[in-house]
Every structure is written in structure tokens, then in C-alpha cells.
Ligand binder design. Structure first.
Ligand code: P6P
Length: 317
């Protein structure tokens, strides 16, 4: 017997108004998935000729996806604040809504031209807490992965549910409470950045490459898609660790990935599935934001691997 997203949301012990926020982001992801399926036919994967707050060239689909999210957010009176990677400033709605949504409408869009899995990431917080709350304040988090299937992965903080978009355009439950294995032998890092790495990162990767011949004592495999949602979903479904650590090139910006709408939601999802997250020195969920587009180092996934990295930071700092 299949469980639809609507049925699953109705059964969750949360405020129905909070559930409606998640439903709005799920509906937006269905519309975004439809856009992506035919983007190259419509010629949408080219540059939009604009740049976002980070000065990155916006692909047409970044803008289109953000517009789709904005449309669904505007239609939900429970949401009074939107923070988006594609918008310089937060958008507020005079509707008294209790919730804030922070989102990366289309993460990994540089992969669109080559048909690699990309995604939408979102975080839900109480709007009363303002724009700069730690990840511990999150009430819900999720991502959509636009791949061979369109997956939607959600948490209200204590467990994770995975949905798949069916032929009728409806999300149905396909994995209930997946657990990330504590141990893993698969790591994800962009090894082309080795010359920028700090010593803990370098030591961690060196031990993994040495495999069973070194101190790690087992053989490791490496995967790097270059699309956070794709790499995280693999870890969600079979374990592993994802690293985008602070390095000598990103240190001036505080890191590469954004705290409010990439690191925090993924950290909550990892924790809810039995995984862990860290900047190397601090649990990501404890980082106090100073800016809505703040960047942080991101290391997350299987608990024992994350602990190993933290141990290297403690011993080598
Ligand atoms: P690099 C995509 O641009 C992104 O923000 C994440 O989705 C991805 O994990 C990372 O950047 C890839 O970075 O340096 O390997 O291109």
C-alpha cells in the first residue's frame, strides 16, 4: 500500500501549518523537475546573463527555479520570510506567517549542461527568530534530487523520509527512516584542490588513499559528483562522508558552501538519519550566522568518519 506525501504529512506530529510549508516546497520541486526535463530543448541551460549575490553567472534555470519557488511561497500565508541563494536580500511578506524558508532553488546548476543530478535544498525556521538563527532552530529541512528519479528527502528533525515522484506527478514514500551507517569506506572531496588543503584534510585523505596498507586499515573508494545534492543523497542512502573543508583559497570567504540553505538543512538531515556534521572544529548546527549568505566549511556523513576528521583537527590544530 503506497503512502503519498499528503498522507505522510497528515500523519506527522507537527503543526499542520508547518506541514503546509513542506508541501509548498514539494510542489515547487515538482514544477522545477518538469522544467529540467526539457530545459535543453527550450534552450534554458545557457547563462541568464545575470549574476547572483556571489557574483556567479546565473544560469537561466537558476532564475526560473527561484521564480517557481517564489510563486509557491507567495501562495502560502504561513511563510512570511524567504531567503534564497538567488536573491541578494531576504523577501518578507506581510501575512503574519510563522515560518521562514531558506533555500537554494537549484544547487549544482553548473551540471545541467551535462545532465547530472542537481537539486533544490531548503530549511524551515520560525520567522520570529529572525534571519540569523543557528541550525538547531530548524523546524524542518529537505532536498529534492532531480536525477534518474526525482527524490524528495524530508525531516522534521527526528527521522527522515524519502519520496519518489511517480508517473502521476505525485510523491510516494519509498524509504521510511533510512539510517546512515556509522562506518563507511567512501569519501567525497574535490581532490583537485589538494594544494589548498589544511593538514587535517590532507592527513584524512592520505590515510584513506593508503587504505588497508595504512592507519585507516581498510580500502576506501572516492566519489565526487560536484553536485552537493547528488553526493549527499548517495551518503543518505548508503553512507559515506562529504568534505568541502576550509582551504587556503576559500578561507577568505569562510568556505565554499552556504550555511543557511545548504549546510544547515543537510546537517539536520544527516543528524536525523544517524549521521553527523562539522566544520572541522564545530558542529555545523551550532554555527551562529552573521549573514544570510554566509559560507562555512562542510564535513558531514557517517558518524565515525566525521569523528575521525574532527579528531585530526583536534590533534593537528
Ligand atoms: P567544486 C555546486 O556548484 C556546488 O555549490 C555544490 O553543489 C557542489 O558540492 C560544489 O559546489 C562543487 O564544488 O569546487 O567541486 O566545483
Amino acid at each position: 500500500m503506497t503512502t503519498t506525501l499528503a498522507q505522510w504529512l497528515a500523519a506527522q506530529p507537527v503543526d499542520p501549518k508547518l506541514a503546509s510549508v513542506v508541501a509548498s516546497m514539494a510542489a515547487a520541486s515538482i514544477d522545477i523537475a518538469a522544467e529540467l526535463r526539457t530545459a535543453s530543448i527550450a534552450g534554458h541551460t545557457g547563462l541568464a546573463g545575470q549574476t547572483n549575490v556571489q557574483g556567479e553567472a546565473q544560469k537561466a534555470l537558476d532564475v526560473i527555479s527561484n521564480d517557481i519557488v517564489l510563486k509557491h511561497i507567495e501562495q502560502n500565508p504561513e511563510i512570511s520570510i524567504l531567503v534564497s541563494e538567488e536573491l541578494d536580500e531576504a523577501v518578507t511578506f506581510d501575512n503574519g506567517g510563522a515560518y521562514l524558508v531558506a533555500t537554494d532553488p537549484l544547487d549544482g546548476s553548473s551540471n545541467l549542461d551535462v545532465n547530472v543530478t542537481v537539486g533544490t535544498i531548503f530549511s524551515v525556521l520560525p520567522s520570529a527568530g529572525g534571519l540569523l538563527q543557528t541550525g538547531r532552530a530548524q523546524l524542518a529541512a529537505g532536498y529534492a534530487a532531480y536525477g534518474p528519479a526525482t527524490s524528495l528527502v524530508l525531516t522534521f528533525g527526528t527521522s527522515v523520509a524519502v519520496f519518489t515522484l511517480n508517473q502521476n506527478g505525485e510523491f510516494v514514500l519509498t524509504a521510511d527512516n533510512p539510517r546512515i551507517p556509522e562506518a563507511s569506506a567512501e569519501y567525497a572531496i574535490n581532490t583537485a584542490r589538494e594544494r589548498f588543503w589544511d593538514e587535517p584534510t590532507r592527513r584524512y585523505v592520505t590515510e584513506n588513499v593508503a587504505g588497508e596498507t595504512g592507519s585507516a586499515g581498510k580500502r576506501y573508494n572516492m566519489r565526487w559528483v560536484g553536485s552537493m545534492v547528488a553526493d549527499i543523497h548517495r551518503i543518505m542512502m548508503r553512507g559515506g562522508i562529504f568534505l568541502y573543508p576550509l582551504d587556503s583559497e576559500t578561507v577568505s570567504k569562510g568556505g565554499r558552501l552556504r550555511l543557511l540553505y545548504e549546510a544547515n538543512p543537510m546537517a539536520l538531515l544527516m543528524q536525523a538519519a544517524g549521521g553527523r556534521s562539522t566544520t572541522g572544529r564545530l558542529d555545523i548546527l551550532d554555527v551562529v550566522p552573521t549573514d544570510i549568505h554566509q559560507r562555512v566549511p562542510v564535513i558531514l556523513g557517517s558518524a565515525k568518519e566525521v569523528a575521525r576528521v574532527e579528531g585530526l583537527y583536534r590533534s593537528l590544530d
